[in-house]
Design a protein around this ligand. Structure first.
Ligand code: CP
Length: 332
């Protein structure tokens, strides 16, 4: 039994098989690989795309998706081993994961960081606790990485760029009024590295670099394939020659838990917005974003609505890649 928690646990060849299966399903019929089966979807955070694409994907494969929102439509859950549960939590993840494993054939989990202490958030405790007690495969629906989004991005890039090997990807931080999860940025970095791209990571300063776990993995994967990972804080040169521009906002890791200190720094970098002038410096690059996106804050209407924008294609591809992931996990 395998989990789909991080693509770092999966080889490029294995991921390509999933992408090929997703493409085949996109072009043809979806096998009813989940006929008579059930998938539990645990949402600790809000969602539009992830929830709808998982529910619809499971339905198209003949299965039943059960959405649970702990603390809202389901009991609040305790996670710490040995917890003395005299607070708000009504049950422990040990029971939740074991019980759901008796009902379900797969379990999906969305659990964002707490944004108070990155040294704790980087452990990704919730999904790892569920995987520890579950006896069925667990799928990451976004925690501190977003591997389903990664596959959707990879499929979308392959559809438009052909082979991604040696193609130039710019991953740019953008402004957002609130500090956001680093998950999609971590994921864009590692999937671009895994699939042999030359990557430039553009961000305001070193405090906005991503966790060493992902920076080091990306460096290793790019170096092993003769590719490069370049860090830049200079907008003009970073956009030069890019063939793919991927935008995301994220909170600076050293400022977790003291966001009032980070806010003036973030506010001073609103000019990182992706606009037509910046895109004009690229090699006619495609643009994408995981969505949801704040128009004219992260990206201008002109770029998002342009024929080079792949954001809607990428969102559609969530459906296809997730069905391929579920099929792979159920048959492994
Ligand atoms: N991209 C993405 O995961 O969207 P949702 O947060 O709406 O699920």
């Amino acid at each position: 039994m395998r989990h789909f928690i991080s693509t770092l646990d999966w080889s490029r060849d294995e991921l390509q098989q999933i992408l090929d299966d997703a493409q085949a399903m996109k072009k043809g019929l979806t096998p009813r690989a989940l006929e008579g089966r059930s998938v539990g979807l645990l949402f600790f955070n809000a969602s539009l795309r992830t929830r709808s694409s998982f529910e619809i994907g499971v339905h198209q494969m003949g299965g039943l998706a059960v959405v649970l929102e702990p603390g809202r439509s389901a009991w609040p859950i305790a996670f710490e081993p040995g917890a003395v549960m005299d607070g708000e939590e009504e049950e422990h993840i040990a029971e939740v994961a074991q019980v759901l494993s008796r009902y379900c054939d797969l379990i999906g989990v969305r659990s964002f960081p707490k944004f108070q202490d990155w040294s704790l958030d980087r452990r990704d405790n919730v999904i790892h606790q569920i995987a520890k007690y579950a006896t069925v495969p667990v799928v990451n629906m976004e925690t501190i990485t977003h591997p389903c989004q990664e596959l959707a991005l990879a499929l979308t890039m392959q559809e438009h760029l052909g082979s991604t090997d040696g193609k130039k990807m710019l991953l740019t931080w953008t402004y957002h009024p609130r500090p956001l999860n680093t998950a999609v940025a971590n994921s864009a970095l590692i999937i671009a590295a895994k699939f042999g791209m030359d990557i430039t990571l553009l961000c305001p300063n070193e405090d906005y670099l991503l966790d060493d776990r992902y920076m080091d993995a990306a460096r290793e994967m790019t170096a092993a394939q003769g590719r490069s990972l370049t860090i830049s804080h200079d907008i003009d040169s970073a956009y030069e020659g890019a063939q793919m521009v991927y935008a995301k906002s994220w909170g600076a890791l050293p400022y977790f838990g003291r966001w009032d200190d980070e806010k003036p720094i973030r506010d001073a970098h609103k000019h990182f917005i992706v606009d037509e002038a910046k895109m004009a410096r690229t090699d006619d690059a495609y643009f994408s974003h995981c969505l949801p996106v704040r128009r004219n804050v992260k990206v201008t209407d002109g770029v998002l609505d342009s024929p080079r924008s792949l954001a809607i294609d990428e969102a559609e591809n969530r459906l296809h890649v997730q069905k391929a992931v579920l099929r792979r996990l159920i048959t492994d």
